[in-house]
Design a protein around this ligand. Sequence first.
Ligand code: AMP
Length: 239
Amino acid sequence: MTANTALNATPVPAAIGPVILLGAPGAGKGTQAKLVAARYGIPQISTGDILRDNVARGTELGKKADSVMKSGALVADDLVQPMVADRLGRLDCDHGFILDGFPRTVGQAEWLDKYLASRSFGGRVRRPVVINFDVGYNQLLQRLTGRRSCPVDGKIYNIYSQPPQKEGMCDSCGSPLVQRKDDREEVISERLKEYGRQTLPLVDYYRRQGSLHEVNGELSVEQVTRQTLDVIEGPAGER
Ligand code: AMP
């Protein structure tokens, strides 16, 4: 993969508000969240990653979530919300954080609004900057079926559009790349339906709040990064 020059375009601001990335599975939330988190030195909080880690470790939460995730459905709000509260309660979130894959239901968004209003981050109450990556259905399908990731450093590739230099191997550490269990075609269509039913309404939810920013997620990774940073560091982020 080539270097993403959008990341060294401008100096890094001292603190940024909570950033929420919205978009369908495969819209690029994880890829962009990693880049943005690294630029600002803030944590990327991916509920999908935390749940997969719980499944891999065989925790109680992981046991409950495993079959739901394999089916492409959403894990219940009352399991996910305490998990997020626990993560946001850590000190490293005080100077900002980026949420990728949460909230995913209107119930989760309402819960998050209350949570953010109830605590201050680094002494300031901050409203979230919400960025929606819009990507068409066919493009999503290609991205999800082609997605491979490195189990060691989490780098994400796509066999069609962002292949590793050596087939099947991570560019950075050489580990064999893996395909997520839920990126198989039979599960993908269920995940996209679930997105339409449960998560798409969040676009209107945040639009009504005046926090929504739209980015065309079909542009190149670098262009999407640039537009995402413009939103975060522009007037929306200066609060
Ligand atoms: P992701 O890695 O974001 O695509 O998430 C993978 C799977 O984890 C989803 O299909 C859901 O089953 C589950 N999941 C992730 N985030 C959430 C969430 N905020 N609420 C409910 N389920 C979630």
